[in-house]
Design a protein around this ligand. Sequence first.
Ligand code: HEC
Length: 179
Amino acid sequence: MIVKLSMKLKLFAVLALAGLLSACMSTSPQLGPDASAWSDYLSWYKVTPQAETGDPTGFLGSVHDGRNAFRQIYVNSLGQGVNQGTQNLPYPEGTILVKESFNNEAALEARRSPDLTLMIKLASGESPETGDWEYVMGADGTRRGTGDSGLGAFCRDCHLFAAGHDYNFINSAFYDKNR
Ligand code: HEC
């Protein structure tokens, strides 16, 4: 109970900060591939059997467009084995996870302007501060967060709750546990 409460408080602090910092959060130089690397993500393996809504992990708060959003996650061929049970975590270098967030169900059905957030697995040691993940905001790939950048720290500080699963909240391990 106490542990849960302190996590909630921590999350609250993260969210309060997000509100204050989002306008001026510092980004970092690009380390992973250009946006062309995920232009065909709709043909990738879909990690979420159906769109997620609400807060299935309990860690969402108001990010990723909040509880009312409908969210889908895709993984490229390098990382898909982890979600098909043929490969163990951690995800291999070059893995790209794309997360679409639609404002509501109607937007999902019409595929209307999803917000994209991404995680790109870098080479070991490239960004230890972020678990060697490059966090990306937006389909165009211009806003990247690694190292001690504000954006990298913002994403990392919450994804840290899933550090035991290579900073990933939703993957096959999550579904196995909650089946
Ligand atoms: C306050 C917590 C929080 C913050 C901050 C956050 N995320 Fe997430 N993220 C989540 C949760 C929870 C999920 C699980 C999916 C869901 O519930 O929709 C998730 C899922 C993801 C996924 C799919 C892989 C996975 O872990 O399930 C990607 C990609 C992602 N987030 C990228 C980002 C990026 C990029 C940022 C920073 C711009 C960010 N996240 C900031 C909580 C957070």
